[in-house]
Design a protein around this ligand. Structure first.
Ligand SMILES: Cc1ncc(COP(=O)(O)O)c(C=O)c1O
Length: 396
């Protein structure tokens, strides 16, 4: 096995999920807060467009590796509508999910030895994709005291002559944090000043709550456009995780190079999925608004319920569908005869004893936390948090 691929670690998120599923298969009533996907069905007009696409022979053949021209056009229009960011179709590459966009962006931009500033807590895929490209993740740690936001000062302190890029993700997986517009602008200006590329992952752009607002960094700092790649996709906004459509937006030469890579790797994304994505991005945002309302209700419930557990503290998330409570104060306490020392051990105890699955903070570069997705039904959510509260309430 190569050192490069042999060095990739198992996804902790998937490991938790696998263990939860194994317990379920044994007949135990496990409630899962691990999954990073909406629990809703894909809206019907999108499914109908895909069904029609299946019987259209045009979709039975290879299509351009860069994406269906109609979809690239629609992404241009959608980006102007949602982000107030003007781009051209040749700045768009349609990928097999946002995940492929992440890998291809790093593979296209990075050389061995380059450093990428990576604020933690981070989504598990980023450091693996950076390392696979031969580069080095330079982790910038944040915690609940700043609402998990990295400041320009922190980024500047981590900058070296090898710093090539910053990975920026707002709204964030795993914390649900959203950077305020003025902080996004300040970070963008700092990046331009130092010639640092920004890869901004905006896949949760429509899942924002209360008075929080999502803004796209190159829209507020237009000078950044030549050194910025925007990552996005349909998975989270339209409950389309299984359809596998994402995209990269970037300077034309970067998109051309990434398209060359994709043309040898996976060619075009499945045409039926692209037709479904076309319907999604060019349609109304009504279904998204309904899902957002349900997520917002669950967000408030879970935050209140977690805050009431002694030893657990959690800033209110403003976006995505995750809460990221600190459980540091519980580590070392005795619970049912066990003294978990790490959030991984505590998560294992919660799974065994309360039959509730959560992902430990180790998976996101910050031990001492749990990530809990609230993309599950209201009743399960209430029951799961009650079980967890009862167990953790026994800590002494
Ligand atoms: C921050 C972030 N970016 C990108 C993705 C990729 O999504 P997909 O590959 O399903 O489009 C995810 C999925 O969990 C995510 O959380």
């Amino acid at each position: 096995m190569s050192a490069r691929v042999g060095g990739i670690s198992e996804s902790a998120t998937l490991a938790v999920d696998a263990k939860a599923k194994a317990l379920k298969a044994e007949g135990r009533p496990v409630i899962g807060f691990g999954a990073g996907e909406p629990d809703f069905a894909t809206p019907q007009p999108i499914v109908d467009a895909a069904a029609a696409a299946c019987v259209d022979p045009r979709n039975h053949r290879y299509s351009p590796a860069s994406g269906l021209p109609e979809l690239r056009e629609a992404i241009v229009t959608k980006t102007a509508r949602d982000s107030d960011y003007t781009i051209q179709p040749n700045q768009v590459l349609v990928t097999n999910g946002g995940k492929q966009a992440v890998y291809q962006t790093f593979a296209t931009l990075l050389d061995p030895g380059d450093e990428v500033l990576l604020p933690a807590p981070y989504w598990t895929t980023y450091p693996e994709a950076i390392t696979l490209a031969g580069a080095v993740p330079a982790v910038v740690s944040t915690d609940e005291s700043t609402g998990y936001l990295a400041s320009v000062e922190q980024l500047e302190a981590a900058r070296t002559p090898r710093t090539k890029a910053l990975l920026f993700n707002s709204p964030s997986n795993p914390t649900g944090a959203i950077y305020p517009p003025e902080q996004i602008e300040a970070i963008g200006r700092w990046a331009v000043e130092h010639g640092i590329w920004v890869i901004t992952d905006e896949i949760y752009e429509h899942l924002v709550y209360g008075d929080a607002r999502h803004v796209s960094m190159p829209a507020v700092v237009p000078e950044l456009a030549d050194t910025c790649v925007v990552l996005n996709g349909v998975a989270k906004t339209y409950a389309m995780t299984g359809w596998r459509v994402g995209w990269m937006i970037g300077p034309t030469d970067v998109i051309k190079a990434a398209t060359n890579l994709q043309s040898h790797l996976s060619s075009n994304v499945a045409n039926v999925s692209q037709r479904a994505a076309l319907e999604a991005v060019s349609g109304p945002l009504d279904a998204v608004a309904e899902m957002r309302e349900a997520f917002d209700r669950r967000r408030r419930t879970i935050t209140d319920r977690l805050a009431a557990i002694p030893g657990v503290s959690c800033p209110e998330p403003k976006g995505a569908f995750y809460v990221y409570p600190s459980v540091k104060d519980l580590l070392g306490s005795e619970i049912r005869g066990v003294r978990p020392q790490t959030s991984t051990e505590l998560a294992e105890l919660v799974l065994e004893q309360a039959e509730v699955a959560v992902v430990p903070g180790e998976a996101f570069g910050t031990p001492g936390y749990f990530r809990m997705s609230y993309a599950l039904g209201d009743d399960d959510l209430a029951e799961g948090v009650s079980r967890m509260a009862a167990l953790l309430g026994e800590a002494k």
